[in-house]
Design a protein around this ligand. Structure first.
Ligand SMILES: [Zn+2]
Length: 97
């Protein structure tokens, strides 16, 4: 039901995501497009993470490689950890941290 970045097929954990930063193997994130329902793997450079003041304004976004749709989805704490650990470009929408 709820789409999110998962790493099920790869069996990737937060630990291996961090390990990916020092290895030559690029970290990939599995994501799905709500528009064309395609599922695909995205590298960290294809994703953007925006961290807002609350979880409601924290989301990640990417462009669907299949249909070109701009996809934006809420990012929970764990997803934020995965994405930042995997080297995804992060934009902080507030600077009070
Ligand atoms: Zn699509």
């Amino acid at each position: 039901m709820s789409e999110s970045v998962t790493s099920g097929a790869m069996g990737m954990t937060v630990e291996s995501a961090f390990a990916g930063m020092t290895s030559v193997t690029p970290v990939v994130f599995r994501a799905g497009c709500p528009d064309c329902r395609e599922r695909f793997e995205l590298t960290a450079s294809a994703l953007r993470l925006a961290i807002g003041a609350t979880s409601r304004t924290t989301f990640y976004s990417f462009t669907c490689p299949e249909c070109g749709a701009s996809v934006r989805k809420p990012a929970g704490e764990r997803i934020v950890e995965l994405l930042t650990g995997g080297g995804v470009r992060t934009l902080r929408l507030h600077s009070t941290l």
